[in-house]
Design a protein around this ligand. Structure first.
Ligand code: HEM
Length: 188
């Protein structure tokens, strides 16, 4: 692993830093419907260098930590960590994440230089329990009672602003539930 300053983080470069945002909205499952949780959060992306796999694949890697607090009581109600990885040879972005519910995701997507009308970078990754490459791993309890079946994550980043939209599909309480999280953050 090398963290020489010349590592090229490609489309991930704009994520590096500490971000804070207080416009978060979480829609989460409840036995009798759903709950809406307005939140604020801090996401810290740290450049950790590049890594070589099988002496041929070179990935540029960021580590991140996301701490989410309910606005109503400041309780941390979501704590997530993982890596964002960029493979310039194939134009692939990979996002690994773990949450302390015994659920892990490896999501992936292609980056083809996509930018929005403001010139911001748009990153999109997805995973599905049935996908051959980008998968979800979860405990047997979660598989039986609160199964994550798919995950989509879209980040737009540029000019000191980051916004994201995340959809996690769940099989829970005998129904299919669309668990969503969105926020807008500023670079500190
Ligand atoms: C900002 C991001 C997120 C927030 C704020 C959040 C928040 C929540 C909340 C409040 C619940 C309901 C918990 C309860 O009723 O006790 C929940 C449930 C759940 N979340 Fe998230 N979540 C986020 C992202 C994710 C992600 C990325 C995944 C997985 C890929 C995930 C998987 C789950 C699962 C499996 C449940 C069902 C457990 C249950 O309700 O008992 N969540 N989440």
């Amino acid at each position: 692993m090398s963290n020489e300053p010349e590592v090229d983080y490609g489309p991930l470069a704009g994520l590096i830093g500490v971000w804070k945002g207080d416009k978060g909205l979480d829609v989460a499952p409840e036995p009798d419907g759903s709950e809406n949780n307005p939140y604020h959060e801090t996401i810290t992306f740290t450049a950790i260098g590049d890594v070589t796999n099988a002496e041929s694949q070179v990935l540029s890697v960021l580590h991140y930590r996301q701490i989410v607090q309910r606005k109503s009581d400041n309780d941390v109600f979501h704590d997530e960590t993982g890596y964002w990885m960029w493979d310039p040879r194939t134009g692939t972005i990979m996002h690994s994440l773990v949450i302390p519910r015994a659920v892990c995701v490896l999501a992936g997507g292609k980056y083809d230089g996509a930018k929005n009308e403001s010139g911001d970078v748009v990153l999109e990754v997805a995973a599905n329990v049935d996908d051959s490459d980008w998968k979800i791993i979860q405990s047997s309890f979660m598989q039986e009672n609160a199964r994550t079946t798919s995950f989509r994550h879209r980040i737009t980043v540029g000019n000191g602003k980051l916004s994201y939209s995340e959809t996690t599909m769940l099989d829970i309480y005998g129904k299919v539930f669309e668990h969503t999280d969105d926020n807008e953050l500023l670079l500190q």
